[in-house]
Design a protein around this ligand. Structure first.
Ligand code: ADP
Length: 217
């Protein structure tokens, strides 16, 4: 079994006792281990916090039946986009490929979001889109990004309340590096999207590292 927190020998033993004999009180577990209830308190707290054990007042501890991967999944789903999203880097549809390349370097990002005259999401331009445009015969000062961008409605987006886990799945399934965080509005009876953030593979990696270090307490 993969352990998401490194359980100590004693915690493993407690887990086994509760698995076999739960519901069981802290007092009874302590007796079995020839330890005091106070000594066991931190271990029981960790096992309960990590989700391995459930505790009910006046009943005692019982095994939650959740596996480590299940627990990790639950924790990952609690990390939401709004806590991690970075600022979006946004350009207009009329911006030239040349200017877009400069923005990419200046802002140190891999993907730019393109907005229309009203400021709503119109498309996405990635490094490869720009490289491809540079291989063409046309002058890059003269090509507007709206000719080379991937455009709506084909843009994969996410919302501030989505979980980082769901966004990570989208990054993998669509084989992209970045997803704009949007807020939906209705204009003229149609949905339009304001760009309020950016989630990238780096964002997901950060959340993963945080999750792993939280769990190794
Ligand atoms: P790179 O081109 O640097 O490898 P990506 O893998 O993200 O970056 O982009 C691959 C293709 O997918 C590009 O043509 C890009 O326009 C498009 N793309 C990038 N992000 C999105 C997105 N969120 N939704 C739809 N298409 C996207």
């Amino acid at each position: 079994m993969v352990s998401i927190i490194e359980l100590t020998k004693r915690q493993e033993v407690i887990l086994e006792i509760v698995k076999g004999e739960g519901p069981i009180t802290g007092e009874q577990i302590a007796e079995k281990l020839n330890l005091t209830r106070a000594t066991l308190r931190p271990d029981l707290a960790i096992l309960t916090m990590a989700g391995y054990l459930d505790a009910r007042p006046r009943v005692g501890y019982f095994y939650s039946g959740k596996s480590a991967p299940q627990l990790l999944g639950n924790l990952a789903r609690k990390k939401v986009v709004k806590e991690y999203k970075a600022l979006p880097v946004v350009i207009k549809e009329s911006t030239s490929v040349y200017e877009a390349v400069c923005t990419l370097f200046l802002e140190d990002v891999g993907t730019l979001y393109v907005v229309n005259d009203k400021g709503y999401l119109a498309g996405v331009v990635s490094r490869k889109d720009l490289l491809r445009a540079m291989l063409g015969k046309q002058k890059i000062e003269e090509i507007p990004v709206n000719i080379i961008m991937t455009r709506m409605p084909n843009i994969v987006t996410c919302f501030a309340d989505d979980s980082i886990y769901d966004v990570a799945l989208k990054l993998i399934n669509y084989q992209i590096d970045s997803i704009p965080v949007v807020k939906e509005e209705i204009e003229g009876g149609k949905p339009v999207f304001e760009v309020i953030g950016r989630v990238t593979k780096t964002t997901v990696t950060k959340a993963y590292v945080e999750l792993a270090s939280e769990q190794s307490v």
